[in-house]
Ligand binder design. Structure first.
Ligand code: NAD
Length: 483
């Protein structure tokens, strides 16, 4: 049975992280050990919530929701701004914790960058307005359309960008007047537990709650009658489970699922000029990014040149323990993903692909796998057809642009895609034919708080960010008033 944390536990147990439920720190009898993927060393212990903990969080959120929903918009905006300020003030502690449990470097596009994103998305949520729309005003009366909170929103997050994705879920939810329950990935729960503890103290009691689990609370959340909507970011398989499980309670869903983004390089592109953009489009966060480029189609005319430029760039990027500020890339976050990447590369080689750089795990502690560029990859190889979600990129040679577009669209993914060309009109014409929620031109993977983002096909449905992402955390309510 879980109990409230007491002061002595708090003082002595620096490595035992509490949950936050109804404004209070709650510990559990069972904990899981969280290890550093760079070293294998213990980072801390994460509580394993019981169904009673989940029920307590749901009850707290439901008890808080009416008063919170009735607060003036300006008050909720200020809470979001205060949360952004608190994230910034605690950024050093949170970045370190994130690097220790996730592996990404502190610097560059790593933990400090992620914390910067958290503050930016919190502030952006505060900037948006949800104005009342007057649909009709005449002799028959007045009809107003309002945006009202949905109620209680459950947020389920993955392990790749744990803090940023949590904020992507909760910032619009809180801004729009909902109460929330967050469940982080069991692989990276510690930084979320700490960040939410900080944020929860800013909002009224019960508005912000977090439970951590051993990977079994998600289904209970998605079936819970006290939760009105689930915002989920994670794999396609889990997304399908959630949709089935949420059907009995007719829950609203936003599903941000896996991607297998194609990049298409046209023959007029300049290989030297695009190499850096291609590299980071594929390897931001070591490739462990939903909207990273995961297969690259290059025209035969410049194929060898692009391969050479990319390889040259890749060999300059230091990889190692994220706490060492010289490292720009870290390890793969967990053993399962490490094995997926290794097996996909081995399979590609056994089917005739060629390794340009990397190709073998790095010996020693940690889940280190080098940047691995796989040339002469073809459709039908698992490394092309599946989401690798790690530091490897298959490069596919094409001769006919229509064929490359057909291959890019031929898989059941639709998160993002990109076109690389020196000719803006040609690039735009190709972009128009690509099936994806976002198509980039001469870049890949950028997201911003004011730009709606979401997948099509099996990459999910619904959008986050922008006014549309905020509206997704509301219901429409009509006031139809007689004259
Ligand atoms: P995952 O689906 O294994 O787990 C995600 C979360 O779901 C975890 O918190 C997990 O505990 C929980 N979960 C597991 N089973 C559940 C169930 N039956 N019901 C409810 N919750 C359940 O994903 P992951 O391995 O943590 O993350 C990697 C995947 O996430 C990749 O496919 C990646 O592309 C995707 N992703 C998508 C986006 C996007 O915006 N589209 C962003 C980041 C990651």
């Amino acid at each position: 049975m879980n109990k409230m944390i007491n002061k002595a536990d708090q003082m002595s147990g620096i490595s035992k992280f509490p949950m936050t439920i109804n404004g209070q720190t709650v510990i559990s009898d069972d904990y899981s050990e969280i290890t550093n993927p760079s070293t294998g060393e213990t980072v801390g212990f994460s509580p394993i919530a019981t169904i009673k903990d989940l029920d307590a969080a749901v009850a707290a959120a439901n008890a808080a929701k009416t008063d919170y929903a009735l607060l003036p918009d300006a008050t909720r905006k200020q809470y979001c701004r205060d949360a952004a300020t608190a994230i910034e003030a605690n950024s050093a502690e949170l970045s370190q914790l994130l690097t220790l449990e996730q592996g990404k470097p502190l610097k560059g596009l790593g933990s400090e960058f992620e914390l910067g994103g958290c503050a930016a998305w919190m502030n952006a949520a505060a900037d948006f307005d949800l104005p009342v729309k007057i649909i009709q005003e005449d002799d028959n009366g007045r009809i107003e359309q309002h945006r009202v909170p949905i109620g209680v929103i459950g947020s389920i997050t993955p392990w790749n960008w744990p803090l940023m994705i949590a904020v992507w879920h909760i910032a619009p939810a809180l801004r729009a007047g909902n109460c929330i329950i967050i469940k982080p990935s069991p692989l990276t729960p510690l930084s979320s537990l700490r960040m939410i503890e900080i944020i929860a103290s800013i909002f009224p009691q019960g508005v912000v709650n977090i439970v951590a689990d051993g990977d079994d609370i998600g289904p209970a959340m998605t079936a819970h009658s006290g939760i009105d909507k689930i915002i989920f970011t994670g794999s396609i398989g889990t997304g399908k489970h959630i949709m089935r499980n949420a059907s009995d309670t007719l829950k609203r869903l936003t599903l941000e699922l896996g991607g297998n983004d194609a990049g298409i390089v046209l023959p007029d592109a300049d290989p030297a000029a695009i190499a850096e953009g291609l590299f980071w489009g594929a390897f931001i966060n070591n490739g462990q990014t939903c909207a990273a480029m995961k297969r690259l189609y290059v025209h035969d005319d410049i194929y060898d040149d692009v391969c050479e430029q990319l390889s040259n760039f890749a060999t300059k990027i230091p990889m190692g323990d994220g706490m060492d500020e010289n490292n720009i890339l870290g390890p793969i976050q967990n053993k399962m993903q490490f094995d997926i990447v290794k097996n996909l590369v081995d399979d590609a080689v056994s089917n005739g692909a060629k390794i340009l750089t990397g190709g073998q795990p790095i010996e020693g502690a940690g889940y280190f796998y080098p940047i691995t560029l796989v040339a002469e990859a073809t459709s039908g190889m698992a490394i092309v057809d599946k989401e690798q979600f790690g530091p490897t990129l298959p490069i596919i040679r094409y001769h006919d642009l229509d064929d490359a577009i057909a291959q890019a669209n031929g898989l059941d993914f639709g998160l993002a895609a990109s076109v690389w060309s020196s000719d803006a009109d040609k690039a735009q014409a190709v972009a128009a034919q690509l099936e994806a929620g976002t198509v980039y031109i001469n870049k890949h993977g950028e997201v911003a708080p004011h730009v709606p983002f979401g997948g099509i096909k099996s990459s999910g449905f619904g959008v986050e960010f922008g006014i549309e992402g905020l509206e997704a955390c509301t219901n429409i309510k009509i006031y139809n008033i007689a004259n």
